[in-house]
Design a protein around this ligand. Structure first.
Ligand code: SF4
Ligand SMILES: [Zn+2]
Length: 354
C-alpha cells in the first residue's frame, strides 16, 4: 500500500471542493528565460501545455498534498488548437544565435497517454526536432508512465540523447512520500523509471521538494541531503531542489492558513546548495524558488531576501559554487538558527493531532 488511507481521504475532500472552481482556459502558456544548458549558457523555452491535468490529482487518491496545478488545467483540451499554437510559438520564438532547452510541461505528466495521447506526443516531438537550436528537451512525468512503449515512441520521433525526463521524486524516503506528500509511488519506482530511461539513452532529472508538510525545516534539510546522496549513487546527474510555495486548494494551504506551517527560509536553501555542491561538485544542481520573498514562498526577514535569491539564481545558471560563499550579513540569520530547533519540537506536538 503506497498511500495512507486517512491522509489521502483528507486530501481528496479538499481537492473535490476546490475542483468545482476549476478554470477552463485552453491557452498555451510559454516564456523564455536564461538557462544553463549542458553545453553552456543559453535559453530555456518553457511551455505549459493545456492538457486535462495530472491523473494522480484527478484520481480517488486526491493527489499530492502540496500541489494545486490541476486547478489551472482545462477540463476539455483541444489538441488541434494546442498543436497549431505550439508550432507557431516555436516559429516566432526560436532565434538562430541561441541554443535552447525546450521544456515541455503539462502541470502533470507529458508521458501520460490520458493527458497527451501517443500520437500527440509524437507530433510535438517531431515538430521540436525541426529546430537545430533545440539541444535539450525536458519532459516531466511521474515514474509509472515511463514505459518501454512511450520511450520507443520518443526514440522514433526525436534524437533520444537530447531528452531529459524530469521526475518529481520529492524525497527518496518512502515514509515521507506516503505520509507527508501522498505521492503514490516509492523510491523503487523512481529507480526503475531512471534505469529504463538511461537504458534507452535519455537523461534523467530528479526534483526534490524542500519542506513538505509535517517535516520541520531541520528534518527536511537532512532529508534533502540523504535523498541527494541516494540519487547521485544511482547515477542521476541533475537534481533540482524545489523550495515549496503554497498552492491554494491544497492540504498544505490549509495547514498554512491555520498557522501550522512556515514556508522555508532562504538561509536553509543557501546552506543546502553549499553542502551539496561541496560534496558533489560535478552534480548539476538547480535551486528553484517560486514566490520567493513572499509569505507563500521561501523567505527570510524581508531585508535580505532579494540578495539571497539573486545569489541562488546566479548559482543555478553558472554552477559556480564561489557565488555561494559571498558573505551576506543579516540579523535574521540568528533567528533562523533558533527556528530550526524550536520548530522541530512544535512539529512533533502537531503530528500527534493527525
Ligand atoms: S505534484 Fe505532480 S504528481 Fe503530484 S499532483 Fe501535482 S502534478 Fe500530480
Ligand atoms: Zn534577513
Amino acid at each position: 500500500m503506497k498511500i495512507n488511507p486517512t491522509f489521502s481521504s483528507m486530501i481528496r475532500e479538499i481537492r473535490e471542493n476546490s475542483l468545482k472552481d476549476r478554470e477552463h482556459s485552453r491557452r498555451i502558456v510559454h516564456w523564455v528565460e536564461d538557462h544553463r544548458l549542458r553545453s553552456g549558457a543559453g535559453k530555456a523555452l518553457v511551455f505549459i501545455l493545456p492538457t486535462r491535468g495530472c491523473s494522480w490529482a484527478l484520481s480517488k487518491s486526491g493527489g499530492c498534498s502540496i500541489c494545486g496545478y490541476i486547478y489551472d488545467n482545462p477540463q476539455q483540451p483541444d489538441f488541434d488548437i494546442m498543436l497549431e499554437s505550439f508550432q507557431k510559438i516555436l516559429e516566432d520564438t526560436i532565434e538562430s544565435e541561441w541554443e535552447y532547452s525546450l521544456k515541455l510541461f503539462t502541470s502533470g505528466s507529458f508521458l501520460d497517454k490520458k493527458e497527451l495521447p501517443l500520437e500527440i506526443q509524437k507530433k510535438i516531438l517531431k515538430e521540436s526536432s525541426k529546430y537545430d537550436q533545440i539541444k535539450e528537451i525536458v519532459l516531466e512525468s511521474r515514474p509509472e508512465y515511463v514505459t518501454d512503449a512511450v520511450l520507443q515512441n520518443i526514440a522514433e520521433n526525436t534524437e533520444i540523447s537530447k531528452i531529459e525526463i524530469a521526475i518529481g521524486l520529492e524525497s527518496a524516503n518512502d515514509d515521507i512520500l506516503q505520509n507527508s506528500i501522498n505521492k503514490g509511488f516509492f523510491w523503487d519506482d523512481f529507480v526503475k523509471a531512471a534505469e529504463k530511461t538511461r537504458e534507452k539513452g535519455a537523461k534523467i532529472k530528479a526534483y526534490l521538494l524542500f519542506k513538505p508538510p509535517f517535516l520541520s525545516e531541520y528534518d527536511s534539510i537532512q532529508d534533502i541531503l540523504e535523498s541527494v546522496s541516494k540519487i547521485v549513487e544511482l547515477g542521476v546527474d541533475t537534481v533540482s531542489i524545489n523550495a515549496i510555495s503554497i498552492h491554494r486548494g491544497t492540504f498544505l494551504s490549509q495547514l498554512f492558513e491555520k498557522q501550522m506551517y512556515r514556508t522555508p527560509w532562504l538561509w536553509s536553501l543557501l546552506h543546502l546548495c553549499r553542502e551539496i555542491k561541496e560534496q558533489y561538485p560535478d552534480l548539476r544542481l538547480i535551486c528553484d524558488i517560486v514566490a520567493g520573498g513572499s509569505e507563500r514562498g521561501a523567505h527570510n526577514c524581508g531585508t535580505c531576501d532579494k540578495d539571497i535569491i539573486a545569489i541562488l539564481k546566479e548559482f543555478t545558471v553558472t554552477q559556480d559554487s564561489d557565488i555561494l560563499d559571498e558573505e551576506i550579513k543579516c540579523s535574521c540569520k540568528t533567528e533562523w538558527k533558533g527556528f530550526l530547533f524550536s520548530e522541530k519540537i512544535s512539529n512533533s506536538e502537531m503530528l500527534n493531532k493527525y
